[in-house]
Design a protein around this ligand. Sequence first.
Ligand SMILES: NC(=O)C1=CN([C@@H]2O[C@H](COP(=O)(O)OP(=O)(O)OC[C@H]3O[C@@H](n4cnc5c(N)ncnc54)[C@H](OP(=O)(O)O)[C@@H]3O)[C@@H](O)[C@H]2O)C=CC1
Ligand SMILES: CC(C)CCC[C@@H](C)[C@H]1CC[C@H]2C3=C(CC[C@]12C)[C@@]1(C)CCC(=O)C[C@@H]1CC3
Length: 346
Amino acid sequence: MATRTRPSSKRCAVIGGSGFLGRHLLERLVDRGYTVNVFDIRQAYELPGVTFHRGDLCDRQALLVALKEVSIVFHCASPAPASDDRALFQRVNIDGTRTVIQACHEAGVQKLILTSSASVVFEGTDIKNGREDLPYAKKPIDYYTETKIQQEKLSSEINQIKEKGFLTVAIRPHGIFGPRDPQLVPILIDAARRGKMKFIIGDGSNLVDFTYVENVVHGHILAAEHLKADSPLCGQAYHITNDEPVRFWDFMSQILEGLGYSAPRYHLPYTLVYGIALLLWLIALVLRPLIRIKPTFSPMRVALAGTHHYYSCARAKKDMGYQPLVPLREAIVRTVESYPHLRKGA
Ligand SMILES: NC(=O)C1=CN([C@@H]2O[C@H](COP(=O)(O)OP(=O)(O)OC[C@H]3O[C@@H](n4cnc5c(N)ncnc54)[C@H](OP(=O)(O)O)[C@@H]3O)[C@@H](O)[C@H]2O)C=CC1
Ligand SMILES: CC(C)CCC[C@@H](C)[C@H]1CC[C@H]2C3=C(CC[C@]12C)[C@@]1(C)CCC(=O)C[C@@H]1CC3
């Protein structure tokens, strides 16, 4: 085992710190007086008070350098769900998380805060006010989710092994959005620009959680600060949402109209759209060796757009005093303002 110096409780590392959530997280950590090491496969920016370590989280030696004298590790790296690359998810989310845990143990890290996802319990059918004790999805909606389940199990199991001497907790956000998000708003606007946002899938009444990135960050920091040997957080998972479920299509419409695009108006039956999406996905799979096609409306996206899926964050409120800091209305305004380049006509 490597020689250890006692780490400062204010020294932490953010694995995936060049990403959307990771960067917001470390900005807030710096504001709160933490010293931050970033570990990521790419360096996207420079920030005073932050030390960058570029590397692959599957590389234990590279991780050990970034975790030296660190007390808290936030692990929020993952390949993007849209990559749909099974081998990559397996390597990074499962094998890589195992490596992160080993490196934490070797470096004498005390706490690991894993970013999981509320979708670990989602099977493509309605979830209303789902609590953390729902069973993991038996049929996860995609490879990404399949490996997020394994990842969460790994981090929770390791917490049971007391002699390892470090504590873990998993945060399950849902539908993160906000400034610099490379997924939700850009994908939505790309679809609108290509004339694909005219239709509402289903009757449009399905409620969904969309969570502003600063609230997700707040949940992570509260978890780190409340995670102690005798706390109920050890080895547990916590939903972190805006606690304001919203109609999926109202949310999309507010973003679209805020950026100058028309909101979808015509309804299409859910089963019809899901069937077409499934067919296109199968065709894409068959053609994959010849040509790579990525349909905008994947079965996963259709399921997310046409069902209820919102989650209770009562456990986070009770165990760590969580309350969302930014209400949904304000969060949408801030998000829309942050994408001037995606405005219609820009
Ligand atoms: N966005 C959302 O709505 C939700 C996200 N989550 C979870 O939150 C976390 C953060 O998501 P988000 O910020 O959106 O994702 P991003 O893709 O923006 O950030 C992830 C970062 O991790 C990096 N990364 C990927 N693979 C490796 C690797 N092998 N070694 C080191 N770094 C790596 C990525 O680099 P590169 O970009 O080059 O791949 C990227 O910089 C993830 O764990 C995700 O599963 C959970 C629920 C909802
Ligand atoms: C083309 C439109 C029908 C949909 C455009 C918006 C979608 C890109 C997003 C709506 C719900 C989002 C979501 C995720 C990614 C972006 C959306 C599909 C996740 C899959 C990201 C990773 C997770 O852990 C779960 C998220 C659920 C919601």
